[in-house]
Every structure is written in structure tokens, then in C-alpha cells.
Design a protein around this ligand. Structure first.
Ligand code: ZN
Length: 473
């Protein structure tokens, strides 16, 4: 990339309404409703938003251009949107590596129950740094472990996202169904129902910004059918709707969860969640692997979204979600890294490829997903399930300038003519530039807001401290 800043460039670039960034001479995949692409085109950013996108060079005579970027050899796409993650797991990676979901959870709960605020901050910085470096511009964290006396965990992750400069949704999770009540987590790892609800409401009040260009939003997110009481699920849905925020949980992840629901509630996970108010346009669920035709139809009818996490589902032998059937039915689907204790890579761009590959191993074979559909899942699809598609998820005039310039002219990709195929099917492409709201977050593969080595060292220290604390308990 040849970057030619004009002499008046300053750190305030992008924050002044008339300041413009011009990116041209690159391939453009807009991921708009028609999947419009330009083999050689441009994007003009004015302030925090996209001003124009099109073929050929940028319009002549633009004023206030503070940067003009020659994107030759590059592809520009909307920034990646991660729709499911657990940041704290960054400090418990590589453990219980040969387990299914329930055995893996039981192995890890005792360690997770000993996290504190400084550990969660270090883990969040690690998770966010890894994703941002790989082209994520909107992140989310479903945090559901709140040990008593552990500090302000929600504030720690929100602060880390603000520091990295990415757009962020905190899904304030909770668990209140301990082992003695028939749940999976140990009693010492759960909150009370009233305590969880009050803390969730306080988090929404303190941090949720409803504005279209919000950097921080909060969702209400009790953890799963096997770790949360029916009463908390119902009350959480009521709380979210009273506050006008979104709802998130895990659903239909494994055969074991399906058996749990049938045994305890006499119905499958989707029917159970529906009975507690958990289907609707304001809801998205992680996984949704074990869905029958009626479950998929119910999601489509109600507009309930799905966060598809192919690597985590494979790591925990959960199964293959029926993404082609969901898309055919009209279900909104985004992609998720999931926690890095079940997807150690912690990157979203690998999930584009894995979503395509995993679904081709299912019944739809080679017609399961195209490369362009995979890119859509990781961008517009994620924005849609997070309730952000009006302002992010595609490159269109008026939308927020959340975008990534991927380098495709190196050894890894230079022989792949189709840039979208190169991005999705090739090795992870280097990020030359990532903008969030017109503000640079990554340049030439380097995070601009944090020292990557310091983040790595701090997270390693936190992981070792947590392991010692768990061993001593
Ligand atoms: Zn998860």
C-alpha cells in the first residue's frame, strides 16, 4: 500500500466532519443487498461515515482529504462482526482438549470461578487484540461468570474494548442453576436470580448506548438452559424488553443439552426457550446445532438470530449447525469465534473459511455455502444479529466507516484471481488498514492503540496466576 498523507494530517483524522479518507485502486466487496463488487474501485470516508463507494477512482475535486490510500493488490470489505465470544477464556486456553461440552464445562468451571477483575481485563485485552488484528471491527463478549467479590468485571471488558477502539456489545450473562438445583455449574459459580437481574439492569443503565453510532451496547444474556432457572430466563426476557435491549443465550448446542431439556422440561431446547419468551427479532442465540425443521421455522417466523460457531462446535464435537437450511428459511445468521477455551485460535476470519468447510461436510455438500455467503455471515450477518445492520455490516454511503483493507498480493494469495475466494478460502490475509467509525485501529498488521507484546505478557501472567489459584483451592 502506498499511503500519501497530506501535510495537514493529524491524530484527529476522521473526527472532523469534513475530513476525508480516500481508498482507491482496490477490489471492493460491498456486501450490500445485491452483493455489489468492483474489481477496481474506491471508498471515500467522510468523518465517521462512508460517503461514496464505486467503480474506478474516487470522484475528483474532493475537499478536506487528509489521507489518500493506494489500495492496489488489496480488497476492501466491511469490518468483521463477531456475534459470540467469552473474553475471559483467553486465560484458560488449551485445557480439557479432548472433551465434549458438558465434560469440558465441568472440568473448567472450578478454574473460571476464581477469576477477578484484573484477570478479566487482561483476558479481554488479549481476546480483543487478537480479533482486531484480524479485521474485527465489532466485537461482543458474553460474560456469565461473576464470582462474589471479584470486582467490576463488566467495566473491565467495556474499558478494554474502548481502549482497543472497536465497537462492542457486552452480553451481560448470568447463571443461577447450580448443581444442587439440578444444573451443571457448581453452586459456588452461580449468582442468585435476584442478584443477577439487579446487576444486569445496573449494567444496562450504566453502559448501554442506544445511539446508531454507539461504541458500547449491552444485551441481557443468561447463559444456557442447563445453567439458568426457568424463572431467570423469563425475568431476563422481561427486563430486556422493558429496557429496549437485545437478548442473547446459548441454545441447542449439543445432544446432551437436548436430552437435559427433554428430561427436565419435556420438550426440546427451542420449544423450552420459546415457552420462556426467548424467540423474537430482539433475540440471537449461539450455536443452534440441534434444530429440527420446526425449530428452524420458528426462528424464521419470529426473526430470531443465530451465532454460528463452526470451530468451537467441531472442537467440542457438538455437530454441524444447519446453516444452509437456516438461510433458505430466512433466519438471520452471524459468525462467532466462541470462547477461546473451545477455539484457541481466537480469530474470526478463520471462521469464514471454517463455516464454508464445515457446512460442506453436511447434507448440502458443495452447494452448502459459497465464499460470498461466508463473507456475508461474517459481516452483515453478524451486524444483523447484533441489531446493528442499519449502520454497519456493508459498505454503503451513509453507513459507519467500519471497514478493512486486506492485502492479497503476497505469497499467500497472489495467484488467486477472485479476491473474495482469496479472503475466504486462503490463509488469513494480512490487514493493511482497519477503520472503526473512520478511526484507524490497525495499520500494516499492527494494533495502533495497544502494545501487542505487553498485552500478551500481561495475559500470560494472568493465566499463570489463575492456574495457581485454581490448583491451590
Ligand atoms: Zn459460548
Amino acid at each position: 500500500m502506498a499511503d500519501q498523507p497530506t501535510p495537514d494530517t493529524s491524530p484527529a483524522t476522521g473526527s472532523v466532519p469534513e475530513a476525508r479518507i480516500v481508498i482507491e485502486n482496490c477490489a471492493v466487496a460491498t456486501v450490500d443487498a445485491q452483493d455489489t463488487e468492483y474489481a477496481r474501485g474506491h471508498v471515500v470516508v467522510a468523518g465517521a461515515r462512508i460517503e461514496s463507494v464505486g467503480a474506478g477512482p474516487a470522484p475528483a475535486g474532493l475537499r478536506g482529504v487528509t489521507r489518500r490510500i493506494d489500495g492496489s493488490g488489496h480488497l476492501v470489505t466491511p469490518g468483521l462482526v463477531n456475534s459470540h465470544h467469552h473474553f475471559y477464556q483467553w486465560i484458560t486456553r488449551g485445557l480439557a482438549t479432548d472433551h465434549n461440552l458438558f465434560d469440558w464445562l465441568v472440568a473448567l468451571y472450578p478454574t473460571w470461578a476464581r477469576i477477578d477483575e484484573s484477570m478479566v481485563r487482561a483476558a479481554a485485552r488479549g481476546s480483543l487484540a487478537m480479533m482486531a488484528r484480524g479485521g474485527v471491527t465489532t466485537a461482543m463478549d458474553h460474560h456469565y461468570v461473576y464470582p462474589r467479590g471479584s470486582g467490576d468485571l463488566s467495566g473491565a471488558v467495556i474499558g478494554a474494548a474502548a481502549e482497543l477502539g472497536v465497537r462492542f456489545t457486552l452480553a451481560r450473562g448470568s447463571m443461577d442453576l447450580g448443581t444442587s438445583d439440578g444444573g451443571l455449574p457448581p453452586d459456588f459459580a452461580v449468582e442468585t436470580r435476584d442478584g443477577a437481574l439487579a446487576a444486569t439492569e445496573a449494567t444496562v443503565d450504566a453502559h448501554h448506548d442506544p445511539a446508531p453510532d454507539a461504541m458500547t451496547q449491552v444485551a441481557v444474556a443468561p447463559c444456557s438452559p442447563f445453567s439458568v432457572s426457568t424463572g431467570l430466563l423469563r425475568d431476563a426476557a422481561e427486563l430486556a424488553r422493558r429496557k429496549g435491549v437485545r437478548l442473547h443465550t446459548h441454545g441447542s448446542e449439543t445432544v446432551e443439552e437436548e436430552a437435559f431439556c427433554h428430561e427436565r422440561f419435556g420438550m426440546g431446547p427451542t420449544d423450552y426457550l420459546a415457552s420462556t419468551g426467548w424467540l423474537g427479532e430482539d433475540v440471537w442465540m449461539a450455536h443452534c446445532v440441534h434444530m429440527n425443521d420446526a425449530d428452524i421455522a420458528a426462528f424464521a417466523r419470529t426473526g430470531t438470530g443465530v451465532a454460528h460457531c463452526p470451530s468451537s462446535n467441531a472442537r467440542l464435537a457438538a455437530g454441524i449447525a444447519r446453516v444452509p437450511d437456516m438461510l433458505a428459511a430466512g433466519v438471520p445468521v452471524g459468525l462467532g469465534v466462541d470462547g477461546t477455551a473451545s477455539n484457541e485460535a481466537g480469530e474470526l476470519h478463520t471462521e469464514l473459511r471454517n463455516a464454508l468447510l464445515v457446512n460442506r461436510l453436511g447434507p448440502h455438500r458443495e452447494s452448502a455455502l459459497t465464499a460470498r455467503q461466508a463473507l456475508r455471515l461474517g459481516t452483515h450477518g453478524g451486524a444483523r444479529v447484533l441489531g446493528r445492520a442499519a449502520d454497519t455490516g456493508s459498505l454503503e454511503p451513509g453507513k459507519l466507516a467500519d471497514l478493512v483493507l486486506w492485502r492479497l498480493d503476497t505469497l499467500a494469495h497472489s495467484t488467486i484471481e477472485d479476491p473474495v475466494a482469496a479472503l475466504v478460502l486462503g490463509a488469513p490475509a494480512p490487514v493493511t488498514l482497519s477503520l472503526v467509525g473512520g478511526q484507524p485501529v490497525v495499520e500494516d498488521g499492527r494494533l495502533l492503540r495497544v502494545d501487542e507484546r505487553a498485552v500478551a505478557a500481561e495475559a500470560r501472567d494472568a493465566a499463570r496466576l489463575l492456574a495457581r489459584r485454581a490448583a491451590d483451592a
